[in-house]
Design a protein around this ligand. Structure first.
Ligand code: AMP
Length: 431
């Protein structure tokens, strides 16, 4: 299947070609035909699957086809609501790229910055509006936005919106949209509240599911180090120093934890930056740009801030803390291995996180391969189900260093020849 076979308008095909997209990803292949028929859609999929283009392309196509009907002043005909500023900016950039030959205009609005510029952009007229819920509702209430001409609405990352407490804002926004519209609803997971919300929002819909375990199992190589809390910084520093060419995102469960990691790395002479909710929008954008440009190799992020971050050539994701919500693990490791690329995700698991690891393995229906023993093991580190190499005789210093992570580097994009995370029943025993 090619994009041409999906029957898309020529200007869109031209833009996709320029983007280097040759074939639709599974979610695109399944969703685009449904959406081109004007039907509603429930998409169960995470970012990294090509979701943005799956909804963006058919919306652009339909708006482009209806262009001759358009009145002189542009009116908002499509609305995309997404939880974070980073994600909103990214969606807007993708729409600009896919729609660059269509003459359609989009703009993005989000909180944390002054509203003046956003209001001016709206006054100038836009076809597609990408927004985070809080600022959207605010500007709607101030009378800056009219949805009288709205034809398409997308609710993106619905489960994340729920986690972030946006559910009431979302309900208020939906209540103000014209009932005759095409509605798209995307969520990585479908807890009860989300199912209810989707029922309220969608009419007669079709469902497309891209299983997270497919995405993780197929594309991302995984590994877990058992390491005590106290030794996590040392192991991280060691991994970074052993693989200086690689770009990596380090995930921390808390904002405070993220700041602490940056400090530890700084003390070790490694430049990094944290992005999380307590950082200003400007600081977050600056860190993200430096990271995307390759000026900064290490980004330390909390889950919410990192949702939707799309960085090409991201070699490695490190789960410095294991998430207590298993789905979050899938989101995190999806930062690497975007679209058709492969990636590596390494997790640090301390004694208290063992239960989280078990939950994650249950969700992804596979065991995360255990990384070989490393020099930062200490008394706090459980090692019951590691593929322990045979016990070395005491005082055998040659063997001591054999299983250090440095000798078992992850295979980064610039480091193809180093060894992979070992499978649980892999034969590190035979050494
Ligand atoms: P998304 O899930 O929308 O965040 O997309 C993940 C990444 O996949 C982005 O970097 C897109 O540019 C890329 N992408 C989306 N669709 C395709 C495609 N058909 N071929 C190649 N890359 C794609």
């Amino acid at each position: 299947m090619t994009f041409k076979e999906l029957g898309l308008a020529e200007p869109i095909l031209k833009a996709l070609e320029a983007e280097g997209y040759t074939h639709p990803t599974p979610i695109q292949e399944q969703s685009i035909p449904i959406l081109l028929q004007g039907k509603d859609l429930l998409g169960v999929a995470q970012t990294g699957t090509g979701k943005t283009a799956a909804f963006g392309i058919p919306i652009l196509h339909q708006l482009y086809e209806g262009i001759s009907l358009r009145q002189t002043k542009r009116k908002v005909k499509a609305l995309i609501v997404t939880p974070t500023r980073e994600l909103a900016i990214q969606i807007s950039e993708s729409l600009t790229a896919y729609g660059k030959h269509t003459g359609l205009r989009n703009t993005v609005i989000f909180g944390g910055v002054k509203q003046g510029k956003q209001v001016n952009a709206l006054r100038g007229g836009v076809d597609i509006l990408v927004a985070t819920p809080g600022r959207l509702l605010d500007l709607m209430n101030q009378g800056f936005i009219s949805f009288r001409d709205l034809e398409h609405v997308v609710l993106d990352e619905a489960d994340q919106m729920l986690d972030m407490g946006f559910i009431h804002d979302i309900k208020k926004i939906i209540a103000k949209l014209p009932p005759k519209r095409q509605s798209l609803f995307f969520s990585a997971t479908m807890p009860k509240d989300i199912v209810e919300l989707s029922r309220k929002m969608l009419g007669d819909f079709e469902r497309v599911t891209i299983k997270p375990e497919q995405a993780t199992a197929e594309k991302v190589e995984q590994g877990v180090y058992f390491v005590s809390k106290a030794n996590k910084p040392k192991l991280l520093i060691h991994l970074i120093k052993e693989n200086p060419e690689n770009t990596l995102i380090v995930f921390s469960r808390t904002k405070h934890g993220a700041n602490k990691i940056v400090k530890k790395l700084d003390q070790a002479g490694i430049r990094s930056a944290a992005i999380h909710g307590n950082k200003s929008q400007t600081a977050r954008q600056k860190a993200l740009s430096a990271f995307k440009e390759g000026d900064l190799k290490v980004l330390v992020a909390t889950d919410i801030a990192a949702r939707g971050i799309d960085v090409e050539d991201l070699s490695l994701v490190v789960n410095y803390d294991l998430p207590n919500v298993s789905e979050t693990y899938v989101h995190r490791i999806g930062r690497t291995g975007r679209a058709n690329a492969s990636g590596i995700a390494l997790s640090f698991c301390d004694k208290e996180e063992r239960a989280y690891l078990r939950d994650i393995e249950k969700l992804i229906k596979q065991s995360v391969p255990r990384m070989p023993e490393h020099q930062f093991v200490d008394a706090d580190t459980p090692s019951d189900d590691q593929p322990m190499p045979p016990k070395k005789k005491q005082g055998n210093s040659r063997n001591k260093n054999r299983n250090r992570p440095g000798g078992n580097n992850f295979r980064g994009k610039n480091n193809r020849n180093t060894s992979r995370p070992k499978k649980r029943n892999d034969s590190s025993r035979s050494e």
